[in-house]
Design a protein around this ligand. Structure first.
Ligand code: ATP
Length: 275
């Protein structure tokens, strides 16, 4: 999950156009990223640069895709990690790993001739829970402290500009220190898609599939209330599998309708206790 190599660049291939719906999130992000792209002007105007953007919302809504597209949009290298990677760490190692992460991001940018890097932390709530609470423990506190130290140390005058992007679906449990000005002071909400969003996600994920003439994605979008982008991607895949099993050359509406049930069932199974 460290981004995809394209030629000799370590820039992800995801574009904002590959992300269906999420228009508000995309617009807010692009506005923030334009600051990053106009560093000279930011410096000239004496504006405090954006150091951290938090993508908040339920699983599977495209937060990781948005972060990758941000890297591509700003021509930045993408250095990804996940909060859960710090879980197994022994005392002191979490903090060390954070230092390493920033160092590697800088090195990677230099190596690929880029002036900026995006450090991506998926599920930041795992280490960014409120410090000193029962749910948090000393090791996470040190990891979080180190992250704050790194972010506080970022400056417009650095050789490599670093933007930290993180995701959470538990913004309520985050340590308020993370959300202070100069840290994650931009919060972009990434919600479950509404009908129009679901339709555009379905269009994206069926663009490489043979659809029968009668397929009505509108209807599928209407009937998939509560589905995330990840569910919808899964749905289009299941529909294709069903068509193939039925020995058909094209995917028909009935395959999509059956796939809806399958995805819903799968969700129910996955919600069994202990799963
Ligand atoms: P998590 O919180 O579980 O990490 P996430 O919000 O980061 O989830 P992604 O990893 O970006 O979600 O999305 C997972 C997959 O779901 C993507 O690879 C893509 O196939 C599909 N997907 C999710 N949202 C969208 C979207 N808005 N448009 C197109 N595809 C999407």
């Amino acid at each position: 999950q460290t981004g995809i190599k394209e030629g000799n660049k370590k820039i992800p291939h995801v574009k904002f156009d590959d992300i269906g719906g999420q228009e508000t999130a995309k617009n807010e992000l692009i506005e923030a990223l334009n600051f990053v792209k106009n560093l000279d002007r930011i410096k000239y105007m004496g504006i405090r640069p954006i150091k951290g953007i938090l993508l908040s919302g339920p699983p599977g809504t495209g937060k990781t895709m948005l972060a990758k597209a941000s890297a591509r949009y700003t021509d930045s290298v993408f250095k990804a990690t996940s909060g859960s990677e710090f879980i197994e760490m022994y005392a002191g190692l979490g903090a060390k790993r954070v230092r390493q992460l920033f160092k590697e991001a800088r090195q990677s940018a230099k190596k690929y001739g880029k002036s900026s890097a995006i450090v991506f932390i998926d599920e930041i709530d795992v280490v960014g829970g409120k410090r000193g609470q029962v749910t948090s423990h000393l090791e996470y506190d040190q990891t979080l402290n180190q992250l704050l130290v790194e972010m506080d140390g970022l400056s417009v005058d650095d050789e490599v500009q670093i933007l930290v992007m993180a995701t959470t679906n538990r913004i309520d449990i985050l340590d308020p220190a993370l959300l202070r000005p100069g840290r994650f002071d931009r919060i972009v909400q990434v919600d479950l898609p509404a009908k129009e969003g679901r339709l555009s996600i379905l269009k994206i994920h069926t663009s490489n599939k043979p659809l029968a003439e009668e397929v009505n994605l509108e209807q599928i979008a209407r009937e998939t209330f509560g589905f995330s982008g990840a569910h919808l991607e899964n749905l289009t895949n299941e529909a294709a599998i069903m068509a193939m099993r039925g020995n058909e050359d094209q995917i028909h509406q009935k395959h999509f309708l059956e796939a809806i049930d399958k995805v819903i069932m799968g969700e129910k199974l996955d919600r069994r206790p202990g799963k």
